[in-house]
Write a protein that binds this ligand. Structure first.
Ligand SMILES: CC(C)(COP(=O)(O)OP(=O)(O)OC[C@H]1O[C@@H](n2cnc3c(N)ncnc32)[C@H](O)[C@@H]1OP(=O)(O)O)[C@@H](O)C(=O)NCCC(=O)NCCS
Length: 172
């Protein structure tokens, strides 16, 4: 990890982050198949997502900021894996770092803070679905103890072609 990354601050996300988080996510929605959302969001459309990740409980939002400017550098979430009640001990996690802020350890800081925050929750498994190819994400998830459990072939269509999603699992 570079020395720069030690300056980055990580804290729970708040409503004041809504615009910056929406803009960050919209970059990946509009420019990549990393997420299978296909239409960019207004901040208002994205508000329910933000509010569904409060400061306690199993479904969290952690935000990384540049200390001097407060600029949002990335975020990580834990979210319901599936809605049926027996899935309540599983979460799906994801992490997005702003374009231009990659390879500075921000993703590592975010996942460190997220899994620390989840350590007292009644959770048993975390899952991550990685649209392929995405070497950076695979490496980050493996670093945090996720293991590849299978790949859904051509499970999504975006930009006129089909994409595989590799699923990763981590014991909590
Ligand atoms: C995946 C992502 C979150 C990684 O964040 P990051 O801050 O760049 O990662 P870090 O600097 O903490 O490095 C973590 C690991 O990823 C690797 N990595 C980061 N960027 C990489 C790249 N472009 N190519 C290959 N490996 C890369 C690092 O080498 C490191 O690997 P190691 O643990 O084997 O040393 C970031 O690249 C990103 O936001 N990508 C776009 C969104 C995305 O793919 N999110 C995940 C959805 S499943």
């Amino acid at each position: 990890m570079s020395p720069e990354s030690t300056e980055v601050q990580v804290r729970p996300g708040v409503e004041g982050d809504l615009e910056a988080l929406t803009a960050l996510y919209n970059h990946y929605v509009g420019e990549t198949a990393i997420t299978f959302d296909t239409a960019i969001f207004t901040p208002e459309e994205r508000r329910p997502w933000l509010l569904s990740h409060p400061e306690d409980g199993p479904h969290r939002l952690m935000v990384a900021t540049e200390p001097e400017t407060g600029e949002v550098l990335g975020y990580a979430t834990s979210s319901p894996f599936r809605m049926k009640p027996a899935y309540a001990t599983s979460v799906e996690t994801t992490v997005y770092v702003a374009p231009g802020a990659g390879r500075r350890g921000v993703g590592t800081l975010l996942y460190t803070a997220l899994f620390e925050a989840l350590s007292d929750e009644d959770l048993h498994r975390a899952y991550a679905g990685i649209a392929l190819p995405n070497e950076a994400s695979a490496r980050l998830h493996e670093r945090f103890g996720f293991r590849h459990v299978g790949t859904y072939r051509e499970v999504g269509r975006k930009f006129g072609r089909y994409w595989d999603v590799a699923w990763y699992e981590k014991p909590l």
